[in-house]
Design a protein around this ligand. Sequence first.
Ligand code: PHE
Length: 450
Amino acid sequence: MKEREHFGSRAAVIMALAGSAIGLGNIWRFPYMVGEHGGAAFIIVYLAASLFLALPIFFAESIIGRSGGSNTYGSMQKLAPGTGWKWLGLLTIISPIIILSYYSVVGGWSVEYLFKALAFDFSGSDARIEGFFGRFISSVWEPIIAHTVFIGAVAGVVLGGVKKGIEKFTKITMPLLFFLILVLVVYSLLLPGAGEGVRYLVKPDFSKLDVQAVAAAMGQAFFSLSLGVGTVLTYASYMKADENIFASGLGTAAADLFFAVLAGFAIMPAVFAAGIAPGAGPGLVFETLPYIFNHMSLWASWVGALVAIVFFFTILVAALTSAISIMEVGVAYLAEEKGRSRKKAVLEITLFAWVVGVLCSLSFGPLAGVQLLGNSIFDFLDKLCSNWLLPLGGLLFTLFVGWKMSKASVREEFTNKGKRNTRVFGLVYFLMRFVAPIGIVIVFFTNLLL
Ligand code: PHE
């Protein structure tokens, strides 16, 4: 068998993991979730869910991936041969295909919007902007073509492999992303009336915080940290043996949270400055921002047009690095377990996800009438993944590490054979064994029953 590839350095590991974590979840999903569930109150619950539920799962996945040294299925198989745990590996081939499919549809929207911004289509008359989002997503071909372009670009990078594809791409794009989002925050905060948005982000309104909001916060934490589908596990399997699992987990979570908050500060002040309702749902970013860029140009109208380009470029790049990590989970599985060449594996996953993505895309138009448990195909798959499959996958991963693997081997992996992080190990182990699983189960049940 060919030798497995590894990330070249600590920086490369963090960039790749942060590249996976930071994506549409931060820029598109987080702001509208905050808007729907009561602003700062939601952020507080989200922070708690990230720290106590999501981060322990991040460590659990890293431990399985690095000690298993293989894709999700192969790692489980190696650490617990002949047991039913390997089926968990299979779950993580299904979830990535589903996520990739609808993720790529939204990625496609950002492709379309970037082109529109580049053509200065968002400046000038409001008539062109008004209703554009609705018209665009409900049409048949344009969003499908955009989805195809997006998933094609993802496939292109994944085809390049771990070092020449993923590592190279994320190392260039991640620092750029932080720079761009900072530019956007500064611009947004300078808009007249921005203070209202800032207040919304820092002043909690607990009256909107119901069980659904708590479940949504947990789902968002899992989605944003790329957990429960084997992404972190697969990337961790490309870490070198002396890499620090605790440090890379903390670094990734910090970068992800920081970016989500920055995205909130880039978007909410602008939304409020334009007098738009923050609870606009999935269309928030795409529907309201072009309008805002057109109206709220500081200094001169071309500045707004330029900021629109920067904004949609940022979303696109963030989406690409995440989608790449989702695709890699399935590709690693097919290549290592089913003996496919990398090329064939990429092709197969791309095709599957493309087809499901087309259905998702059409669910805003011709297939709008198709309802699954009261949701459109797109919403159904998004909720299925974020609120159920990801936390479920995470729950099983952490149970595996906390209760199936021996404490000694978990300790050895986490502390690099007793060389580092020995003092936090007890706490992390406790979180992985008790706090995270119990917390996830409680949220599951209350969400089911109420
Ligand atoms: N974390 C990514 C984002 O925030 C999405 C993602 C989910 C990536 C699951 C990988 C696995 O956009």
